[in-house]
Design a binder for this molecule. Structure first.
Ligand SMILES: [Zn+2]
Length: 507
């Protein structure tokens, strides 16, 4: 704007001075051009009149001869102009052009090529927003005497051209690691956005001893941007916080529900279900599901030295004990965490701690070591070892679980009549006799939380109270009780509850 006004003022100033001479001069020397401004050329150290100047003089002579006084006055005018032009030249003025595009003055130049460059670069800049063929401009050049101090640079011309393009506005582009992220209307708006973004993670009142900076390189450039890239400061703040989503996986924790996970990732239960074909709302701890996590465009790093009281974890000492059976452990002394007052430099990124350097540490209470006894005593064969062998030969004829609307408490193994049934593990026989439905039935307590049961036997070879070793024959296979065909009904109880025997034995 200023440039345009100043240039116009210059033109008015000059044209006031030369009003009467101006038009005559241009008519007359249109063909002679700028050389009139520099009437002498240097050759071999001598100032010689240029060819154009000689031609000019010759034409003045001819005109003088032909038209007498009338021409004299014209020639005098011309010479006066030459004198004036020399003065103009000495004052730093020269012949140039006013550049007009779409009827608007966009600047003053002496070199038309600068205008072509500016138009070319303008086209390249707006191409990404408005398409390739969207910009074709033909400049109009009007001869003017111009002050060299007010000549337009290529950038001046570009700015003037861009300001006339629809949908392009002069604004401030925010660049993150060299990539344009968004635009705001002023440098102040950009500062407001950065300051408030930092506060999100560093707190409303940033502590004096806390250093806060961005992990990414930030640049703000004043430039022409497409209007669609412009944001209010509030929109910009929102946009920087996480406008891209990245696929990640989440391991379900105890007490999680799809609803709580949806809340954590700012999404909906429906969206999570849509992304995970294989899951239902009934999720269990340990399951891994796909989720989308908002990824902030900008990350804030805070570093602060803080004083904390932290637990000091106890250590565990294991001692061998020959009064305990092998495989068993007992806590002789429970461990207790100690505590320490520490001074640490804590680095956080977007509020998440990423590093903690302990600068000083003072013990407040020492931890108490946990002492565990590890059993080394040889286990008699007639105690439970914790593992099971298959109790008999045969084929699996019925599985554990739902069957004809009832719960099947064990598995059925079909085999030949009177074949041996063995104790799946060592233990004490706590039932051996007839039981309704089971027929001849044996139950062994392995004294480690497990019990095994053997039903429909043809006959029994143990009695209640007997101790048996793993693999001892305890019965013969039969078809007693509620049974169709010769088979063993084998069941396993863990802490009083039936469990699937196939978790322990293979068939
Ligand atoms: Zn059965």
């Amino acid at each position: 704007m200023n440039l345009k006004n100043e240039t116009e003022a210059q033109i008015v100033f000059i044209s006031e001075k030369v009003k009467s001479l101006h038009s005559k001069f241009f008519d007359f020397c249109e063909n002679i051009g700028e050389k009139v401004l520099n009437p002498f050329e240097r050759k071999n150290g001598h100032r010689l009149p240029s060819e154009e100047m000689l031609e000019y003089k010759k034409s003045v002579k001819t005109l003088w001869r032909e038209s007498g006084r009338k021409i004299l006055s014209t020639a005098a005018t011309a010479l006066a102009i030459i004198a004036m032009c020399t003065v103009v030249n000495l004052l730093g003025w020269s012949l140039g052009y006013e550049v007009i595009v779409d009827g608007e003055n966009i600047g003053m130049v002496t070199d038309k090529a600068v205008v072509d460059d500016a138009i070319c670069e303008t086209r390249d800049e707006i191409k990404i927003y408005l398409g390739d063929a969207s910009y074709s401009k033909e400049p109009v050049f009007v001869r003017r005497i111009v002050d060299e101090k007010t000549l337009s640079t290529k950038d001046d011309l570009k700015r003037a051209l861009l300001s006339n393009v629809d949908m392009m506005v002069e604004a401030y582009g925010v660049y993150i690691d060299g990539k344009l992220a968004l635009g705001v209307s002023s440098a102040d708006a950009a500062e407001w956005v950065f300051a408030n973004y930092k506060k999100k993670f560093a707190g409303e009142e940033i502590a004096e001893d806390m250093s806060v900076d961005f992990c990414e390189k930030i640049d703000v450039k004043k430039e022409f941007l497409h209007i669609a890239l412009l944001n209010t400061p509030e929109e910009a703040l929102e946009s920087l916080s996480g406008n891209t989503k990245e696929l990640t996986s989440y391991t379900v924790e105890d007490n999680d529900s799809l609803w709580s996970i949806a809340k954590k990732y700012d999404t909906t239960v429906e969206h999570i279900l849509a992304m995970n074909d294989e899951i239902t709302e009934n999720i269990k701890a340990g399951m891994v599901i796909k989720v989308e996590e908002a990824v902030p465009l900008l990350s804030v790093r805070t570093v602060q030295t803080v004083s904390l009281v932290e637990p000091v974890p106890y250590t565990v000492e294991k001692i061998k004990d020959d009064s305990l059976y092998e495989g068993r452990t007992e806590v002789k002394q429970s461990g207790v965490d100690g505590s320490a007052k520490i001074l640490a430099r804590v680095t956080k990124i977007n509020g998440k701690e990423v590093q903690k350097d302990v600068l000083e540490s003072e013990t407040l209470s020492s931890p108490v070591t946990q002492i565990e006894k590890i059993g080394t005593k040889k286990r008699p064969a007639t105690t439970g070892s914790g593992t099971f062998i298959s109790p008999t030969f045969g084929t699996l004829s019925s599985r554990y679980g739902g069957r004809w609307g009832r719960q099947h408490t064990g598995i059925d193994i079909a085999g030949s009549y009177n074949s041996a049934i063995k104790a799946a593990d060592g233990g004490k026989v706590i039932f051996a006799g007839w039981m309704s439905g089971y027929g001849n039935y044996v139950v062994i307590d392995h004294e480690n939380g497990y019990q095994t049961g053997y039903g429909h036997c043809a006959s029994l070879t143990v009695s209640e109270g007997d101790r048996v070793a793993k693999g001892d024959i305890i019965a013969k296979m039969g078809n007693t009780g509620r049974s169709t065909g010769t088979h063993l009904h084998f069941e396993v109880k863990k802490n009083g509850e039936f469990v699937n025997p196939l978790k322990y034995v293979g068939y």
